[in-house]
Design a protein around this ligand. Structure first.
Ligand code: G3P
Ligand code: MG
Length: 245
């Protein structure tokens, strides 16, 4: 029995505009095991769910999130760039996403976008919110900024953390242990059966991103990863079915 979890990357972002409520709703329709999303902070201190530091690519606006107020961000159309059908979608706050998915029993992977722009206290703010929603036991906090993960552990040891990386970490399971992390989130080209085995032997889970090619999805599942992040959750479930049949 394969236990790999299917994680909707930025929501089901192959089918609806990434990191919007429509993408998270779509992910729920696919019955995903988990959802990944990205968090920044607005000028007035709100936690904003968006991938880029700026709003230019995914909205009809311009500028950096750190320079925009929540009201300014909320005035932008975050769906029209993807398809007319989705125009009128707004960039959500973290709380708005949790209002939708918080009681669905799926796990959450919050990626702190704490670099290159540094948001003061973003770690504390995110922890406060997930604690308010009773989700701290059901959340993994990840980041390419591993100092942010040290800060998360300093604030609350029991929250799971996982360093994101693209390539080139020697013995990442040792590194994860060194920084007090619970897992690793490698780019999928790094995944091998040995990586997963040695990590798991050392008590470190492996969730990999972002795998949309069905053959690669099958490959990483075959390597035994705990979770696979994909923009197309249905491809993840088809791969699981194929492997099990
Ligand atoms: O958290 C996995 C993945 O989202 C990391 O890269 O750039 O898609 O946020 P990115
Ligand atoms: Mg991300």
């Amino acid at each position: 029995m394969n236990t790999t979890k299917i994680i909707a990357h930025r929501g089901a972002s192959g089918y609806a505009p990434e990191n919007t409520i429509s993408a998270f709703q779509k992910a729920l329709e696919f019955n995903v095991h988990g959802i990944e999303l990205d968090v920044h902070m607005s000028y007035d201190g709100y936690l904003i769910v968006c991938h880029d530091e700026g709003v230019d690519r995914t909205t009809n606006g311009k500028g950096l999130i750190k320079d925009l107020t929540l009201n300014e961000i909320k005035s932008l159309d975050a769906g029209g760039w993807f398809s007319k059908k989705y125009s009128g979608q707004r960039i959500p706050t973290l709380q708005e996403v949790l209002d939708l998915i918080g009681n669905k029993g799926i796990f959450l992977n919050i990626e702190l976008k704490s670099g290159p722009i540094i948001y003061p206290n973003i770690e504390r703010e995110v922890i406060n919110v997930i604690e308010d929603y009773g989700l701290s036991g059901n959340t993994i906090i990840s980041s390419f900024n591993h100092y942010s993960l040290l800060e998360v552990k300093r604030i609350k040891k029991t929250i799971k953390t996982a360093p994101l990386y693209m390539a080139g970490i020697v013995s990442p399971w040792k590194y994860a242990r060194d920084i007090g992390a619970d897992g690793i989130h490698p780019y999928f080209y790094n995944v091998t059966p040995q990586l997963v085995k040695l990590s798991s032997d050392n008590g470190i889970f492996v969730n990999t991103f972002t795998v949309d090619d069905p053959n690669y999805i099958k490959y990483v599942i075959g390597c035994g990863v705990a979770g696979v992040m994909t923009n197309y959750p249905d491809r993840g479930f088809s791969a699981l079915e194929e492997i099990q049949s």
